[in-house]
Design a binder for this molecule. Structure first.
Ligand code: ADP
Ligand code: ADP
Length: 218
């Protein structure tokens, strides 16, 4: 479970995120909808402890990200700006991540299978297509077998097959009882994946409702 309380982020005079209070619950896909620049990435970065809130707080399973003893076993994330070392093979990338987080090495083969990259595990990501890079990012997010997954605009720029694959994966993760939080600027995309919807505009919460009710009322 992710809980935000009064979360606010200011960059100088710009207020990127203003007083956000909501929870993201397990067992469903929760969509995070808002136009570009509405504060979705900033919110996700604060959830991961990558940005410091100007006010308010985030709790992941009741704690701050930096208080989690094994953060990758609690939450995995695919962010938009993902830094994959171009000189490392996909396998080596996951190995480094596993070793620095005390994750059992058998998980590497598990996640490579899961994202369909087992066949290219010994290749360097610099030759990967966007979709393959995205799958490697997802493999990294899943490596610690976390109960919470967060995806920032995961289908941007992917081909229809890649998009469908990610939609199905998110639904499967939620069906396993995990918490799945996914952002998009497209209502059409959210309507196909999300059971619950958090809507923001200019950093403020506009709606926190089931998808069925949102569609009924809009
Ligand atoms: P309520 O049950 O208070 O009327 P909703 O109608 O919005 O709330 O809830 C519909 C479904 O969405 C319920 O199954 C509920 O557990 C789930 N839900 C409610 N809030 C959230 C949330 N913030 N994140 C994920 N799922 C939620
Ligand atoms: P979204 O993910 O919804 O597109 P962002 O969270 O990226 O929105 O951006 C929200 C607002 O915060 C925008 O006005 C953006 O320009 C601003 N912003 C984001 N990051 C920074 C930063 N590091 N410095 C200054 N302004 C920023």
């Amino acid at each position: 479970m992710i809980e935000l309380a009064g979360l606010t982020k200011r960059y100088g005079r710009t207020t990127a995120v203003q007083d956000l209070t909501f929870s993201v619950r397990p067992g469903v896909v929760t969509g995070f909808l808002g136009p570009n620049g509405s504060g979705k990435s900033t919110t996700m970065r604060m959830i991961l402890g990558l940005d410091h809130p100007s006010a308010g707080q985030v709790r992941i399973d009741g704690r701050r990200y930096h208080q989690l003893a094994d953060p990758l076993t609690h939450i995995g994330a695919l962010l938009e700006a993902k830094a994959v070392h171009p000189g490392r093979t996909a396998y080596h990338h996951l190995l480094c991540l596993a070793q620095s987080n005390d994750i059992p090495l058998r998980r590497i083969d598990d996640v490579l299978d899961l994202v369909g990259l087992a066949g290219v595990a010994k290749k360097r990501p610099k030759g990967f297509s966007l979709g393959m890079g995205q799958r490697l990012g997802i493999a990294s997010a899943l490596l610690g077998d976390p109960r919470i997954l967060m995806f920032d605009e995961p289908v941007n720029g992917l081909d229809p097959e890649g998009i469908q694959w990610i939609r199905n994966l998110m639904k499967r993760l939620a069906a396993e009882g995990r918490t799945v939080f996914v952002s998009s600027h497209l209502m059409s995309e959210m309507a196909l994946t999300a059971d619950h919807l958090i809507v923001i505009g200019q950093g403020r919460l506009l709606a926190d409702t089931s998808m069925a009710r949102f569609i009924e009322e809009n």
